[in-house]
Ligand binder design. Structure first.
Ligand code: SF4
Length: 624
């Protein structure tokens, strides 16, 4: 009873009428031939108006119009469904290709779509049907092909924001193939709004068939469709308008019903919106925490060596130097923190390591190497790189909501990564997913295996992200601000978890953050980035105790300290980070530096020092 009531509430009276209409239409399309085989001419009763014996009247041959309408529903519905299917298959392929590969592929496809929009499609449909010959198949193909550009645009528009989402990037990071990403990550996320549009398209294509038949360019004359009924009633429309009005009303009613169902269906099953998490709080850091730097696992062997890495992008104003000659080493079991303001190049550096840089086009031929297990990652093919991503080097992202596929249960997301990289069977992968959930501290793990991402808290979602990253037992974990969207308690739990993983698994972590408090208490070494370059690096203890670069000092001064007097304003770094376009001249920090001297504006400071390096002229020449 309750179900019936909630069904009524959900669809409303209009929705129920629309359902009744579509169900009736479906029955007529499927079984109409059983009732209409006896339709005979009755010239004595020709052109009769609607009456009790003939509810839809009769045509110029005296045939019952109700029977013809039922008979015509079959081909009209077939044309509507089949041409919509053709349009959606073609449009989805084109739209997904444009959205996924973007860049030049997208521009070329858009040019074709723009050109096709300027083309008089109805005239083209008439010409092609008449050229190919009038048949149901040709009408379906022509209408379907003509809907491809519209559907391609919609699929492209729906997919573009998803392609930039972290869960797609995470899938690439996990080493999924392009086809797997499109099928598993993109299509399930665009299918719901597209199904709503598909319902509308079915109605539109039925009316287009009616239009084509009306002007004699539709299905052959001996096949009954609603469009054919309109066409055949045209000659007697003045005396018997019902011959045109009734089939036209059927088309109108079908479009109305499908539109109503589409809007009700979409409202009843909302598109799973990926909420942007808002950072609740950040941890309260204290420079004195540097004394507590973890040193339980002294670093020994280098697992990842970044050497003079450059990532430039072509822009209309010149090359943008996102990463400008970065060198860094990560050792087994070590956590290196990469810090700096937003826009300093931290994330771009991390993504450059594994070829995950977005458009605009990256400038090719720049110097640099990323050595991992004796091979330069920058020289690997995309297929070779795919086997390393997710399998040996994994990544976790800032926003735990956007890194998970919103339409896939979390257990399956973890299991799929294990299957992809470790070749586990479905049963083994599910067991491994459960073990990982327990390992990362998800309470009630068995039940949570079947949870949707939106059912979990931010902390749990981030644990799921870590479980996915660990599913293939990687050696290196790149953590891109993984705790900045979490509250302090959850943040601490996750940092404890990462500590345990590197102690017991020997996991090496490149931890990207702007939170100096986390760096002070967790990282073995710290590298400070500014304008695409590392400007200071060394052991966390040394850098925090004796910062040499004014920028590092400014970052440290911005940390809230428990020994500061209450309500004291935090120090801020004046000015904004520069946009690194064009040739580098002098120190990039010079416009904001309180210690700037004339030489800073002309000389480019280089990193100097042994275990503690800084790129500051005053540090080099000893000016104080
Ligand atoms: S080089 Fe000059 S401008 Fe740059 S940080 Fe050092 S003192 Fe400041």
């Amino acid at each position: 009873m309750n179900r019936l009531r909630s069904f009524k509430q959900r669809w409303g009276i209009l929705g129920l009428i629309a359902i009744a209409w579509i169900v009736t239409l479906g029955v007529c399309a499927l079984f109409g031939n059983l009732f209409t085989s006896h339709l005979n001419q009755d010239l004595k009763n020709r052109l009769q108006a609607p009456s009790f014996s003939h509810p839809f009247g009769t045509n110029n041959l005296g045939i019952d119009m109700l029977g013809l309408a039922i008979k015509g529903a079959r081909i009209s519905v077939l044309v509507g469904l089949a041409s919509t299917a053709v349009g959606f298959i073609g449009g989805s392929l084109v739209g997904l290709t444009a959205a996924y590969w973007r860049g030049r592929t997208d521009r070329v496809i858009l040019t074709f779509l723009d050109a096709s929009a300027a083309f008089p499609s109805f005239v083209a449909a008439i010409s092609v049907v008449l050229f190919w010959g009038k048949s149901v198949r040709n009408v379906i193909l022509v209408i379907g092909i003509l809907t491809i550009p519209v559907i391609a645009r919609i699929v492209r528009a729906a997919s573009l924001p998803l392609v930039e989402r972290d869960f797609v990037l995470a899938a690439r990071m996990q080493g999924s193939r392009h086809s797997q990403i499109i099928v598993r990550e993109l299509i399930p996320n665009v299918i719901r709004p597209l199904l709503g549009f598909a319902m509308i398209t079915v109605g539109i294509t039925i009316s287009v068939e009616g239009g084509l038949s009306f002007i004699g360019a539709g299905v052959p004359d001996n096949i009954v469709t609603w469009g054919q009924l309109i066409a055949s009633g045209r000659a007697t429309v003045e005396g018997s308008p019902h011959l045109v009005l009734i089939p036209a009303s059927l088309i109108f009613g079908t479009i109305l019903a499908l539109n109503t169902l589409s809007s009700k269906w979409l409202r009843g099953r909302p598109f799973p919106v990926v909420k942007e998490s808002v950072a609740e709080t950040t941890s309260v850091g204290n420079a004195s925490h540097a004394a507590k730097v973890i040193s339980s696992n002294p670093p020994t062997d280098v697992v990842l060596s970044i050497e003079n890495l450059h990532t430039y992008f072509s822009t209309p104003f010149g090359s943008l130097r996102a990463v400008d000659g970065v060198s860094l080493q990560l050792r087994r079991g070590q956590m290196v923190a990469l810090v700096g303001e937003s826009g300093s190049g931290k994330t771009m550096m991390a993504r450059s390591l594994l070829g995950l840089v977005p458009s605009p086009p990256r400038v090719a031929g720049l110097p640099g190497r990323v050595m991992f297990d004796g091979q330069d990652l920058l020289s690997l093919s995309s297929e070779e790189l795919r086997k390393i991503r997710g399998r040996r080097i994994a990544m976790i992202f800032q926003d735990p909501m956007t890194t998970l596929n919103p339409v896939m249960r979390v257990g399956r997301q973890i299991a799929d990564t294990a299957t992809l990289h470790l070749g586990l069977s479905k049963k083994e992968a599910t067991r491994r997913a459960l073990e990982l959930l327990i390992e990362v501290g998800v309470p009630d793990a068995q039940r949570r295996m079947r949870a949707w991402p939106h059912e979990l808290s931010g902390g749990l979602r981030q644990r799921i992200g870590i479980a996915i990253a660990l599913a293939a037992e990687p050696e290196v974990l790149i953590a891109d601000e993984p705790t900045s969207a979490l509250d302090v308690t959850i943040q601490r739990q996750l940092l404890d978890l990462l500590d345990r993983l590197r102690r017991y698994r020997g996991l090496s972590i490149l931890f990207i953050t702007h939170d100096m408090g986390i760096v002070a208490s967790r990282a073995d070494e710290v590298a400070v980035m500014y304008s695409g370059r590392i400007v200071e690096q060394g052991s966390t203890l040394e850098v925090f105790a004796h910062p040499r670069m004014p920028y590092t000092r400014a970052l440290l001064a911005s940390i809230p300290r428990i020994d500061h007097e209450s309500h004291k304003k935090l120090a801020v770094i004046g000015g904004i980070p520069p946009i690194a376009i064009g040739p580098r001249v002098g120190c990039a920090f010079a416009p904001r530096c309180p210690d700037v001297i004339d030489a800073c504006r002309t000389e480019i400071p280089q990193l100097v020092g042994d275990t503690h390096q800084a790129a500051c002229i005053r540090n080099v020449v000893g000016v104080t």
